[in-house]
Structure formats: C-alpha cells, structure tokens
Design a protein around this ligand. Sequence first.
Ligand code: SAH
Length: 351
Amino acid sequence: MTLTQHMLARIAAHGPMTLADYMAEALLHPTLGYYSTRDPLGAEGDFTTAPEISQMFGEVIGLALAQAWLDQGAPTPFALVELGPGRGTLMADILRATARVAGFAHAAQVHLVEASPTLRAEQAKRVPQAQWHDDITTLPDLPLFLVANEFLDALPIRQFHRDDGGWREVMIGGGEALLTPGLSAPAPIALLDHRLNDTKPGDIVEHCPALPGLVQTIAQTIATLGGTALFIDYGDWRSLGDTLQALQNHAPVDPFAAPGTADLTAHVDFEAIAQNAAPARYSRVTPQGVFLERLGITQRAQALAANLSGPALDAHIAAHRRLTHPSEMGTLFKVIALYPEGAAPPPGLDP
Ligand code: SAH
C-alpha cells in the first residue's frame, strides 16, 4: 500500500482532510511517512541544512548557548535540548565547541526531541549520551537551553484563501487514484480575525496549529526555571502567501504527487512565536547572516581556513558564504530567541 492509497481510503471514509492532516501523514506516518522511512539530509538526500553545510554553524551557536548559560549564573544541572535534530550534526558540533567551557558539559543533560526512528539512529551515532523524546511534554523540569533549526518549518500548517464571503480552507480530496487539493466553502475563521485588516480577497494566510502550544510550553519553562530557546528557520514576521514547498533531490516537486517521498515544509510565521512567548521575553527577529556574523563566524572561518588549501579551502569559503550571504541563506533564514524577564537575550540578538 502506498501512502497515496492509504490517504485515498481515509478520504473515502471520512471526507477531505485539512492540509495539516495531509502534512502530518506525509511526514510522520509510522511506516510510510517521509521522515519515518529515510535520512533526507546531506548531499545524497533531498535537501541540506545549515549544520550539514559547515561545522561552524553549530560551533558558534554552541558558544552562544554556553555564554547565555554563563550569563544566567551557570545553572547546574540544565537540559540542553534540540528539537528535530536531523542527523545529530548540530548537537555534536555544539558539544565539541563547548567542551572547554568550564562546567558546561558536566551540567548539561542532552535531550533530543525526534519523531523518526530512522533519524534517532543517526543521532545516536553522533550523540550517544542523549535521551530521546517524542515531544516536548516529557522534557525534565530543569533550566532549558534549547535550539531548533528547521524544525518549525516541518510542523503541519492549515492554509486559508480569503474571498468576499470569508476564508476558504485548502482541503485535500481524492479523485480516481489522485490526491487533489480543493477549497472549502467560505466561512469566518475566528483564529484569523486579526488578519481581516491586513489582507484582502485573494490573499493566502497560513496557520500552524501546533506552534502556539509548543512555544507556550517552552516559554513557561524558561520564565520559571531559566534558560533560552533559539529558533532558526526560513520565514518572516506575519504569514502571507502560499509557502508550502515539496523538495526531492534538491528540486521542487508537486506536494501532492507522491506523499511520503518528498520533504514538505512551509515558512515559519515569527509573529506567531512572539505572540506566544509570554511569560518569557522574545528577541528581535534577526537575519541568520547578521546573527552568525555577530557570533564571530568569520573569525572562526579564518581560523579554520589556515589549515586548508585547494578544493577544501574553496569548499570552506563557499560554505561560509552560503550560511551568511544575503543572496543565499543569510536573509531568508531568521533567528528569534526566548529568554527570561530580567535576563539579557543570548549573544547575537537584541531585546
Ligand atoms: N535540525 C536538523 C534537521 C531538520 S529536518 C538540521 O538542521 O539538519 C526536520 C527534523 O525534525 C527531522 O529530524 C524530523 O524527523 C524532525 N521532525 C519533524 N516533525 C517532527 C515532529 N512533529 N516531532 C518531532 N520531530 C519532528
């Protein structure tokens, strides 16, 4: 049975499904879902991410987390958490870079939140000391120093098209053997009331149902026990437009053609993170390139370059550019942090 057949049967029994339900099945169906069945990262995979491009990404982020930990009085023990760690590369780089920060490794309990058994196995190769969680609800009650890179973009979204009579929601229905997106009848949608003033008929707005609860839970822990959370993703302040994207072999494909075989993501609405940050504070949304430059990635790049030559040096220079340059990941990707009232935001970010 393919995932398309499975979803067609579900639609035949229960009617069309929301885009969020479709994404959840396509990405995380236990036996047929995209993340459940493969390691999608790296050169041979479908897409690549900042930690896979260069070790420098994890190194400077690790030092930023360690500085935030020192600034908050070096709480011991604390939970060092990553959401959606992929192959475990980012956490491995964080741990290596922070190994010489006195007390940090001793105080850190490493917790990884990962739904995919395949990727958990990859993570265990690089971060064997970790404890794994299906979701954030089972994290320990400890000061929380958390990073999530390209995690929120994998969370399912609903999509709404505004028209004169209200909002029409994208619903996935079934034809003969094909999944086909359609639009529901227009209706008012209470959770989009705040978007009535800044949108007009024809506009598209997306909503990530899992994001508010996730951010609220993390913010609550940070406000009461201390810590910080760094969210790094592509997106912007306030969702507008269709940002659903399917990637296979590093190229865009039809998101509905063969669910379970392509990565599905949508841009992250950073305003939604800020709106759910209380009782913690949130930093300014900052472009990834600016953030990494402030953390000293260029100095780190120069130090590493001293030992390189030829093609390895060229690749290293290209990786630095890819992470930071405005025409590459530098501007499309953004960073926002949560931190406690009375504390400074982590290095590289402004209040
Ligand atoms: N952060 C990594 C990987 C990004 S891909 C990197 O930068 O390379 C998205 C990751 O989130 C994968 O590890 C995927 O399995 C995980 N993931 C996606 N949805 C999830 C969910 N709902 N719960 C837990 N993990 C999830």
